[in-house]
Write a protein that binds this ligand. Structure first.
Ligand SMILES: O=C(O)CCC(=O)C(=O)O
Ligand SMILES: [Fe+2]
Length: 313
């Protein structure tokens, strides 16, 4: 009995020592490279809120990987209560790729050309950002040969009511098309032109900016490079016509698609709070900034970074 007890004690001690020895260094390493972000879906259509991250910190590669996975799976991630500086906004954005410098250079943030200012605030009675833009369905930089992967919008000031942004899931829009329509669109490309937005804008677009863009064509259905899912990629924002067709011929199909693409079942409408960060995937969503607030009275001030993307296929 005494022998057994002591043998048991020895075994326990040995096990304890061994397990401490074996787990000590790996567990410390795990603590430095692993994290577990909490993810909560925000609507049946799309979007996920990420709960326990602080963008003022230099995030672990693993945390960035989890945010990227959440983006690919949900097309949009929301991170609330992030009172970050432009430096921190740019640093966070860079973890996902190269950043774009918008062609409308007059609205870039001084000292931070990666940030586009979307704002109706004035300095010396002059607007210093773009006011009331994006109030039509579009995907960012769809008019460029390599459109944006995603945009990261940071809210500084938002109206108490109004000024929401709507997002429409184009994977769902594609999935809900008939086989016949899928087949027809699979063989088509769309001509997109930045100039289409120029005439809608309340603020003038400089000729210099216009010279930096020209009409481009992209497939009507694009394949997401990370998930392989197919998405409808036609938007009223910049689309002129199908390649090889006239505008008149394209119009009836466009009209059907524009209505179909933004069926309420595919849409999430984001009600902004100051210090919200919304990161959306331009490869699978369209968005529309609802212009229902008073541009002269209701303050809305946002900063956007735009992540470079690949040529759609
Ligand atoms: O102001 C917004 O909510 C979005 C505007 C927009 O289209 C964009 O930032 O890409
Ligand atoms: Fe936009």
């Amino acid at each position: 009995m005494a022998v057994t007890e002591s043998a048991e004690r020895k075994r326990k001690t040995a096990r304890g020592k061994t397990s401490r020895k074996q787990t000590k260094s790996p567990s410390r390493k795990v603590a430095m490279t692993k994290s577990q972000v909490e993810i909560k879906r925000v609507s049946p259509a799309l979007g996920a809120e990420i709960l326990n991250v602080d963008l003022r910190e230099d995030l672990l590669d693993d945390t960035i990987a989890q945010i990227r996975k959440a983006l690919v799976e949900n097309s949009l991630v929301l991170i609330r209560d992030q009172d970050i500086t432009p430096e921190q906004h740019v640093a966070f954005s860079r973890r996902f790729g190269k950043l774009e410098i918008h062609v409308l250079t007059e609205y870039l943030l001084k000292g931070h050309k990666e940030i586009l200012v979307l704002s109706n605030l004035k300095k010396n009675s002059k607007l210093f950002g773009r006011a009331g833009v994006g109030n039509y369905w579009h995907s960012d930089l769809q008019y460029m040969p390599k459109p944006s992967l995603g945009s990261i919008l940071r809210a500084h000031e938002v109206p108490e009511i109004g000024g929401d942004t709507m997002f429409a899931n184009q994977f769902l829009a594609y999935d809900a098309l008939s086989d016949g329509m899928k087949e027809l669109l699979a063989g088509l490309r769309v001509v997109h032109d930045f100039a289409k937005a120029r005439y809608r804008s309340p603020q003038p677009y400089s000729d210099k900016a216009m010279k930096k863009t020209r009409p481009v064509t992209h497939p009507a259905i694009r394949t997401h490079p990370e998930s392989g899912r197919k998405a409808l990629y036609v938007s009223p924002g910049f689309a002129l016509r199908f390649d090889g067709m006239t505008e008149e011929e394209s119009e009836p199909i466009f009209e059907f698609l524009y209505e179909h693409a933004v069926d309420p079942r595919f849409v999430y409408r984001h009600k902004w709070r100051a210090n919200d960060i919304v990161f959306w995937d331009n490869r699978s969503l369209m968005h529309n900034a609802v212009q229902d607030y008073d541009l002269q009275k209701d303050r809305r001030h946002m900063h956007r970074t735009t992540i470079s993307g690949d040529e759609p296929f």
